[in-house]
Write a protein that binds this ligand. Sequence first.
Ligand code: TMP
Length: 249
Amino acid sequence: MSADRKLYEGKAKILYATDDPEVLVAHFKDDATAFNAAKRGTIVRKGEINCAISTHLFRLLEACGVPTHWLDTPESDRMKVKAVEIVPLEVVVRNVAAGSLCRQTGIALGTEIDPPLVEFFYKNDELGDPLLTRDRLRLLNVATSETIDRLRELALTVNRHLSEFFASCDITLVDFKLEFGIASDGRIVLADEISPDTCRLWDRRETDSERRVMDKDRFRQDLGQVEDAYERVLERVLERVETLSNAVT
Ligand code: TMP
């Protein structure tokens, strides 16, 4: 199968066409950006690590009945995915206050959020991915209100499964960003990636507020040991996946 016609290059991934119009290949890059690409760098082995973590999490979610774009992971930094039309929204779920929520509302870092908060951001780099209100969502008409309701429901379902999974890895799922696509049969499926680039993950084995950070905040905030943190997340995910598969067989 040839997989070399580049369709799109994003900040963290390149999408290639294949000879099957229903299938694309996503190449996960080591490139890291933050603050709408104002800060740029490289995280060694990030492509492979994020591809592996995303693979395990998509498979876990599929097993829980959440439809995803994942088809196969034929190479360590390449994933075969269903061709979908991406909904131009970033759906963020928050269990613990951090990041833009703290900056914009004054809520203290680490405050538990129960029930979890679901937020919709407009996926538009030129506009800096602004937070949308329900009325702005309606005005922009990027998705029908039924689709918005479905995205919210799916995001909360993903949150339940991932929070439980990460807790079993001794990691708190603080918040995360999801993207969704519409498949050729009209179904809404989870797309993009789920990784330390797109989640905030705090190590429950560490109490220090900097040492506990296992995600891209280490890069955003120059905390150091970025590669190490990503490797540790993968290790814990692999350990847990192995335990779960041994329990099944
Ligand atoms: P925020 O607190 O900066 O709004 O980020 C919320 C979550 O979304 C956090 O887990 C990081 C993730 N995220 C992305 O995946 N891509 C982005 O461009 C931004 C700003 C956040």
